[in-house]
Every structure is written in structure tokens, then in C-alpha cells.
Ligand binder design. Structure first.
Ligand SMILES: [Zn+2]
Length: 147
């Protein structure tokens, strides 16, 4: 039997009314939300990114328009998104598109190819790639200075 992972999240009565593309879009969205929530549960801040408080006491403080969890530091009372310092920080693009972008970039595919693949404008793909490469650079710097 063929495994149909795209309909995992849908009840059969809805599932049969949607085409494969629509089901894929929906399950991608759901996976993104699940990932955000999971990140939130496991998110650990050694220092507050706003005031530098060590082991800050953080409380949930609403969500951004893109559905990202906001946290508030008890020391400085400032809010920030829970993926602060991560690739998805300050990005409207979901994690799944970032994952595809990373694969595309590592495969050396052209910007146009990447843009079509992840369904964004070429200039968006350009900015994302730029941000990713910067991110990699930062990571490498961190590894160099800590080892
Ligand atoms: Zn703080």
C-alpha cells in the first residue's frame, strides 16, 4: 500500500474533497506550527538576549503575526521572539522553506531554481540565501572561538 503522509492531519471526510497539492500545503503548514510549538517547549536561553540577565525568568507573552511565540524577560520586561538568534528570526518564511533553501544552497542550485522550488520571489530567495550564508559564517566563528 502506498503511504500517503499528506493526509495524516486530515479527517477522511475533508481529505477526500481536497487535491494532493492542497493537502500538501495544509500538512506543511501544520508541520510548521508543530515545529514552532516544539521549539518553544525546548527553548532555553542561557542569557536574556535583551538585557543579558543570566538564566532569565521568561514568561510567554503572546504571539507575532506569523505565529511565533513571544517571550518576556522578568528582569528587563522586554519581549522578544523565541527563535531570537536562529535562522527563522525576523523572517516571514516558515521553517520548511528555510530547510529547502539550505538544501538548494548546498546543492549549488541557481537562485532562480531555488526561488521556484520554495515558491518565493527571486529577491526573497536572494535575501534568504544571504542570511543563511551569514548564519553559517557566524556559526563557524563560534566554533573557532570556543574550541
Ligand atoms: Zn532581560
Amino acid at each position: 500500500m502506498l503511504m500517503n503522509t499528506s493526509s495524516d492531519f486530515l479527517v477522511p471526510s475533508i481529505d477526500e474533497k481536497l487535491c494532493a497539492y492542497q493537502k500538501n500545503r495544509i500538512s506543511q503548514m501544520i508541520r510548521d506550527y508543530l515545529e514552532i510549538n516544539q521549539q518553544m517547549d525546548h527553548f532555553h536561553f542561557e542569557y536574556c538576549p535583551k538585557c543579558g540577565q543570566h538564566h532569565p525568568v521568561l514568561v510567554k507573552a503572546g504571539k507575532t503575526k506569523a505565529g511565533k511565540q513571544m517571550l518576556k524577560c522578568n528582569s528587563c520586561k522586554k519581549r522578544f521572539v523565541c527563535d531570537h538568534g536562529q535562522l527563522t528570526y525576523y523572517s516571514h518564511q516558515p521553517q520548511s522553506k528555510w530547510n529547502d533553501l539550505i538544501i538548494e544552497t548546498q546543492n549549488g542550485n541557481s537562485l532562480l531554481h531555488t526561488a521556484a522550488k520554495i515558491d518565493v520571489h527571486e529577491s526573497t530567495a536572494f535575501r534568504m540565501r544571504h542570511k543563511y550564508l551569514h548564519f553559517i559564517e557566524d556559526m563557524e566563528c563560534l566554533i573557532c572561538t570556543t574550541s
